[in-house]
Design a protein around this ligand. Structure first.
Ligand code: CA
Length: 541
């Protein structure tokens, strides 16, 4: 056997270079790079059902032509899930390949320990050049990147600040376009082209509050979007937490902060009807006069018509849903255009054939489903993440994978793509065999979930749970409330079967599975306290 067959490719390159340098052996220089580049395009709160290729109920308005094209060229993962459905924690899981309780970033309020092992650092060690642009949401200066520019916290949609290795600066434009431009510039001029690259393009969009670029403000304005079947769900069969949340379009979505009503006709930071929501204004005040004019022209007449209609009850919910979902999809259109720009840039640079392109988002989202916006729950709409991978020569075109996969798996996947060693302490499974179209005999048959951020905005209690191919068990452990769903007969999760004796065996199996996975992932962060105020709420039902 030849020496090169005994060594991973990255190791061979180093070995050959050293031998050549010291003249010990007459070997050719390092082989031409065969490891792929990795382009990771990651948005914030983009629900799979708001992607055409996922065949959800929003497909009819063709929300994502470029992302759909990517799916046609690669593999779409239909059962892709997060471990903890919220922004920062999802990113920390991706960086580390470890559940929240292991990487230490359980809530958005936490600060990520950048000194720990992350996959970009490991890629650098095997010769990759790396960069990240856009939303980090992990606080602190990113480590493991040769270049980076990130938004402070959530960042602003218009004319945002960026934190860079040289300090903080303000950049003019819409955030999605700015992040795309940074990525394109790095691809064209910034990177060390002698190395394979790993580039993370992390959009703020379509995160709340949903502020599209000026060119998208009229998109969908001439149509009514379809409504989700569960828009008027009253959560009658759920455990009590679903009735005590604060993420309803009806009761909790703000006309000013979320929908810009009465903020925009004058849009001077003063008032239209006497009071302007200060936090809503904070998101707007960076706009230039010309940007404001486009907004005034678009929303002024719509607000006037809204007041004249004097809507109440379900009609008002329907109106709020339309305004919200249209702005959400307009933000997504910007992200979709970014994907198109990045794909054409790869083409232009001759990089298409040796670059893996991944599209994903940190969790799913409620686009009026169950009457909600936001995420956090282990219910399907926020548990699912989009995951589409184009890997020329490896993934079959227009293919669909049904295995249960998670953001927990990304780090090991990227490392295996790069021929790097997979650390024993990462907790996921490399998706490379699935990308090759294989059906590995030892693949997981259930996923583990754990959400922590409570009490907090939207008031979704802590819960953990397991989701298999058919059943889902959820435990709001601080209040010992359980839910159990049969996803085959009830994909919208409207019928909680936890008290149904005919499912007793399946429920017990899921409980055993929950304990097994909790042990497997060494999760000792499950609490047991029962705050008195919750008891009063529940008893008062
Ligand atoms: Ca998010």
């Amino acid at each position: 056997m030849k020496v090169k067959q005994l060594l991973p490719k990255w190791c061979w390159g180093i070995f050959a270079t050293i031998c050549s340098f010291v003249g010990l052996c007459d070997l050719p220089a390092a082989e031409p790079e065969s490891r792929p580049n990795i382009l990771f395009v990651f948005s914030d709160d983009h629900a799979p059902h708001a992607i055409g290729a996922y065949d959800g109920w929003l497909k009819s308005v063709d929300p994502t032509p470029n992302i759909d094209q990517l799916a046609k060229q690669g593999m779409l993962f239909r059962n892709s899930f997060c471990t903890n459905s919220i922004c920062g924690p999802s990113r920390a899981v991706i960086q580390t390949g470890k559940h929240s309780h292991k990487n230490g970033f359980m809530n958005n309020g936490n600060t990520f320990d950048w000194n720990q092992q992350t996959f970009p650092k490991l890629l650098q060690q095997v010769g990759y050049t790396t960069a990240i642009y856009g939303k980090s949401h992990l606080k602190g200066n990113p480590q493991g990147f040769d270049d980076w520019q990130v938004l402070p916290g959530q960042g602003l949609y218009y004319n945002p600040d960026l934190i860079t290795p040289d300090g903080r600066k303000q950049v003019q434009g819409h955030c999605t376009d700015i992040v795309t431009d940074l990525a394109v510039q790095w691809l064209k001029k910034g990177r060390d082209s002698s190395k394979p690259f790993m580039l993370m393009v992390q959009h703020k969009a379509p995160h709340r509050n949903w502020m599209p670029a000026p060119r998208h403000l009229d998109l969908y304005e001439d149509i009514d979007l379809p409504e989700p079947a569960t828009l008027f769900d009253r959560w009658e069969d759920n455990a009590p937490p679903a009735r005590f949340q604060e993420l309803e379009i009806d009761r909790h979505m703000h006309l000013q902060f979320d929908l810009f009503v009465d903020l925009l006709p004058t849009f001077d930071g003063q008032s239209v009807k006497g009071r302007v929501d200060k936090s809503a204004w904070a998101n707007m005040k960076r706009m230039t006069e010309s940007q404001m004019k486009v907004w005034r022209d678009a929303y002024g007449p719509r607000d006037k018509a809204f007041h004249e209609a004097n809507l109440k009850g379900e009609d008002l919910v329907r109106w709020k849903y339309q305004r919200y979902a249209k702005n959400y999809l307009r933000c997504i259109r910007g992200v979709d255009e970014s994907v198109g720009t990045l794909m054409s840039t790869l083409e232009e640079l001759g990089l298409s054939e040796n670059t893996v392109v991944i599209y994903s988002s940190d969790q799913g989202f409620y686009v009026g489903d169950h009457g909600w916006y936001d995420k956090r729950w282990m219910y399907e709409e926020s548990l699912k993440m989009p995951l589409i991978v184009k890997w020329p020569g490896v993934t079959a075109e227009n293919s669909v994978d049904e295995h249960l996969v998670q953001n927990l798996d990304y780090a090991q996947t990227f490392l295996e793509m790069a021929d790097a060693k997979l650390p024993a302490d990462m907790q996921g499974q490399s998706l490379v065999p699935l990308l090759r179209g294989e059906d590995p005999p030892k693949w997981r048959d259930s996923i583990y979930y754990h959400y922590y951020e409570y009490p907090s905005v939207h008031m979704v209690p802590r819960h953990n749970g397991v989701r298999g191919n058919r059943y889902k068990l959820m435990h709001f452990y601080e209040f010992d409330e359980w839910e159990f769903y049969d996803l085959e007969t009830d994909p919208d999760e409207l019928h909680n079967l936890y008290e149904d004796a005919s499912y007793a065996n399946q429920i017990q199996e899921s409980k055993n599975d929950l304990e097994r996975l909790r042990d497997h992932y060494e999760d000792e962060s499950v609490g047991g306290a029962k705050p008195a105020e919750w008891q009063r709420k529940v008893r008062g039902l």
